[in-house]
Design a protein around this ligand. Structure first.
Ligand code: F6R
Length: 260
């Protein structure tokens, strides 16, 4: 696992570099898309590169990390709509090439299985963008999630619903209780995991993710098993890392040819 400590704008550039390098190498790559605040600066940077240097998503496939259950199709916080507004529409990504688990399906179990099939049919996800919850979730795999889980229904913790109430007019009751999320096993199957975290409120979760024992109590710790995981954090989110000095040293000494 590589930990890079830098200021927010630089983190977004690094994540965008990883996406751009992938698309230049493999124009029809499959990219896993997180919502929430953490990837917003990355999406801004990708939109800028699309405008200014023609970075193309025309052949790329997009796979949402998760989705709320039961939000009406036109609800602005439905993740499918959020991703269209934050990234898809801004980079000319054909709508039909971005999929997500169907939070309005009558048969939720079949919708989750169908989503897993669509990822497999695309040849798997090449690069998965991730944020981390203050309780250590990735996707919406809350504490206690199976470390081998696949896309399924989960109940959000009160903590996560409170954290996300800011997107629902600060009304925690308006945040759905249920979601569909790629499982920890699904996420682990992606070729490259790129996680972004900023702010002191993420410091404990980041410490556990990088340095804690692997445990369902901190679901993001599953990333310690991944052969290619990049953790991009600002100073505040890095403030509890025990080995911060070593991560800084290793990154400063990194050979250019290695890339992310
Ligand atoms: C979003 C998602 C979540 C968020 C996490 C952090 O698709 O899967 O895991 O990444 O809750 O949210 P922010 O970035 O808003 O702090």
């Amino acid at each position: 696992m590589e930990v890079i400590i830098a200021e927010g704008e630089r983190l977004a550039e690094l994540a965008a570099d990883a996406v751009e390098d992938l698309l230049r190498r493999k124009p029809d790559a499959a990219i896993g898309l997180a919502t929430g605040s953490s990837p917003l600066a990355v999406y801004d940077e990708l939109a800028r590169r699309h405008q200014e240097s023609g970075l193309s998503f025309e052949r790329a496939r997009g796979f949402l990390l998760d989705e709320y259950v039961g939000l009406p199709a036109d609800h602005p916080e439905r993740y499918r709509n959020v991703i269209a507004a934050e990234v898809g529409d801004r980079v000319g990504w054909p709508e039909t090439q971005i999929s997500g688990p169907d939070g309005l399906a009558d048969d939720i179990a079949e919708a989750c299985a169908a989503y897993e099939r669509s990822i497999a049919e695309a040849g798997g996800i090449d690069l998965q963008l991730l944020g981390i919850g203050t309780d250590g979730h990735i996707g919406f795999n809350e504490p206690g999630s199976s470390l081998a889980s696949r896309t399924r229904l989960k109940s959000l913790t009160l903590q996560t619903r409170q954290d996300n109430a800011r997107f629902f007019g600060d009304d925690v009751d308006a945040v759905p209780v249920h979601c569909l999320t790629q499982g920890l096993g699904t996420i682990s199957a992606a070729g490259h995991l790129v996680l972004l975290a900023t702010g002191r409120h993420k410091a404990e979760a980041v410490h556990q993710l990088v340095e804690g024992p692997v445990s369902a109590l901190w679901p993001a710790t599953i990333m310690q098993f991944h052969p290619h995981a990049t953790v991009l954090v600002d100073e505040a989110a890095a403030s509890r890392l025990q080995l911060a000095g070593y991560y800084r040293h290793a990154y400063a000494a990194k050979p250019d040819w290695q890339g992310l």
